[in-house]
Design a protein around this ligand. Structure first.
Ligand code: NAI
Length: 257
């Protein structure tokens, strides 16, 4: 598949998990891909790596400009075709459990991080003939999950931001969509499970919550991101695509044991 041949892409949080799988898939489908991450030391060729913290506007602007220069889309500098806003962090607890500093920290990464990177990338996206932004949202934006008040608020904001951005930039030819993954088997979930009192029981509970009876893979989310980012999806904007093993939309009867 070479639908991304000749196109350039930037993936935030691209050193691990969903971002890494997405960067590798876009590259395999023909794109030149740069990763922007807090720690891109594990990123190998053909991916290009740029260090930046999405909470730091200056570091974002510098990394986006450096990535665009290195990517050199369409033989000229200053063009970006695909932006995947994926960097994000988690938070656990009810509305009582996180202090103001933690609320500011998580919203700063998960919401303002997307704002900063998009702001820096828009002039480059405007120069593309196939511009697409894909935001990594979550099922936490559309379903009430226990112990995820702050995280859900951040992803609810990402969902609304996706729609607003899609409306603002549709006339400029820039499509904006998001993916809403369920629980995905990434290093993030590995860390979460390792902190649980009974990791195996916690994993089984997360698997059982999804009608498919298993966790989503990072590659499956990457496939959905690529679908939304592809020039083949030119009429798709302002949508959210669930990649959640049926968790949002299905109500199968519980399995009797
Ligand atoms: P991960 O922890 O494996 O990867 C996240 C990457 O983002 C890491 O490489 C990390 O260095 C980078 N990052 C974190 N903070 C950053 C910052 N301030 N600046 C730049 N880079 C930063 O996580 P995973 O699971 O791949 O998650 C990626 C996205 O998917 C997140 O937005 C998360 O909210 C979302 N998501 C994950 C789900 C899951 O079950 N794993 C489910 C639904 C959504």
């Amino acid at each position: 598949m070479t639908d991304f041949e000749g196109l350039t892409a930037l993936v935030t949080g691209g050193a691990s998990g969903i971002g890494r799988a997405t960067a590798e898939l876009l590259a395999a489908r023909g794109a030149r891909v740069a990763v922007l991450d807090l720690d891109p030391s594990s990123v190998d060729k053909p991916l290009l790596a740029h260090r930046a913290d999405v909470t730091d506007d200056a570091s974002v602007r510098e990394a986006v400009a450096a990535a665009a220069a290195e990517l050199g889309g369409h033989g000229v500098r200053g063009v970006l075709d695909v932006l995947v806003n994926n960097a994000g962090i988690g938070a656990q607890g009810t509305v009582e459990d996180n202090d103001d500093a933690e609320w500011h920290r998580v919203l700063d990464v998960n919401v303002l991080g997307m704002v900063r990177v998009t702001r820096a990338a828009l002039p480059l996206l405007r120069a593309s003939r196939h511009a697409a932004i894909v935001n990594t949202c979550s099922i936490a934006a559309t379903a009430g999950l226990p112990q995820r008040a702050l995280y859900s608020a951040s992803k609810g904001a990402v969902h609304a931001l996706t729609l607003a951005m899609a409306a603002d930039h549709v006339r400029e030819g820039i499509r904006v969509n998001c993916v809403n993954p369920g629980t995905v088997d990434t290093p993030w979930i590995g860390r979460l499970l390792s902190r649980a009192p009974d990791p195996a029981a916690e994993r089984a509970a997360l698997e059982a919550r999804q009608p498919t009876g298993r966790l989503v893979s990072a590659d499956e989310v990457a496939g959905a991101v690529a679908y939304l980012a592809s020039p083949l999806s030119g009429a798709t904007t302002g949508t959210s695509l669930a990649v959640d093993g049926g968790m949002q939309g299905l109500r199968p009867r519980p399995v009797r044991r």
